[in-house]
Design a protein. Structure first.
Length: 304
């Protein structure tokens, strides 16, 4: 049984894991993917894992995080009498989990499959169904939900972010967390609501730990995004943040060089005007940059 200091340390460790994006146990035991050679994670069929639920947890925590209080099982802890009415805990029942696995394919094959599936989608509903059945993006293996879009099916303004985060992954919609709430207030400042815009990301599943999606992950999802733009038929596309701006504009410059300048573009055969701006998550971390985003919003308002 853990004392108050150990409970506090354990709670702090779990809070840190959650902040880093480790909010779901994909498997009860670690898997050494190096033994699989060149096979990508998820390519091989994983064996069924049967592990006691509480196995090795205290040992792993005590080894990773030094505790000021005596560890359970130490001489000092053994000399401490148990609290009144304490009953020894029963071993937890064995838990069986079979991790999800997805067939792997070379990037060019996955991109071709994405292009085929996206091109044949006559509506956003059909495109979403195609995305749900598409296994060519490895992010799907670790995400909880597909985050397709929120807002209007057809809109003059389409905002495209980087990737879903934790809140988006849980709800299955893009930009619903703190950054999304700030984005809604930014749009309201120039007279726009969710019903006036279409909001999505360059990838449709949350990257582990909220990392930036890789160019390969974005490229595999690109045929779906191009088709989505064609179906929404916006006049203005607003990439939010550096990753989205670089991908949409095929540019190497940082967001501070790309933002605030209107550019012409074409996606899926649909011509648009593009204005990159700062990501709301960056604005939450750097409030002083809101003045730059405000200039971009005023530029968008003038065009509308």
């Amino acid at each position: 049984m853990l004392d108050a200091d150990e409970n506090e340390t354990l709670a702090a460790l779990l809070a840190w894991y959650r902040e880093m994006g480790a909010d779901e146990a994909v498997g009860e035991t670690p898997i050494d993917w190096l033994v699989h050679g060149a096979a990508a994670p998820g390519a091989a069929v994983r064996e069924r894992i049967v592990v006691p639920a509480a196995a090795a947890a205290p040992a792993a925590i005590s080894a990773a995080t030094p505790l000021a209080a005596p560890r359970p099982g130490s001489a000092q802890a053994a000399s401490r009498p148990p609290p009144a009415g304490h009953q020894p805990s029963r071993p937890a029942p064995a838990v069986s989990r079979e991790a999800r696995s997805f067939p792997s394919a070379p990037p060019d094959v996955s991109q071709l499959a994405a292009r085929t599936a996206a091109t044949g989608a006559p509506s956003l509903a059909a495109l979403e169904a195609a995305l749900r059945s598409f296994d060519g993006c490895g992010l799907k293996a670790t995400a909880k939900n597909l985050c397709f879009y929120r807002g209007a099916e057809r809109a003059r303004v389409m905002l495209i972010g980087e990737a879903p985060g934790r809140d988006e992954d849980l709800e299955g919609k893009p930009f619903v967390g703190p950054a999304g709430q700030l984005l809604d207030r930014m749009l309201a400042s120039i007279g726009l609501t969710e019903a006036d815009v279409h909001i999505t990301n360059i990838v449709y599943w949350r990257p582990p730990g909220n990392r930036t999606p890789t160019p390969q992950e974005a490229t595999v999802c690109r045929p779906f995004l191009d088709r989505q733009i064609a179906l929404v038929a916006p006049e203005f596309v607003i990439p939010l943040g550096g990753a989205a701006a670089k991908h949409m504009l095929n540019a190497a410059e940082g967001i501070m060089r790309l933002r605030g300048r209107w550019q012409a573009g074409e996606f899926g055969g649909h011509p648009v005007r593009i204005l990159a701006t700062l990501h709301p998550a960056y604005l939450l971390r750097t409030p002083a940059a809101k003045r730059l985003a405000w200039r971009d919003l005023l530029s968008l308002k003038a065009e509308i």
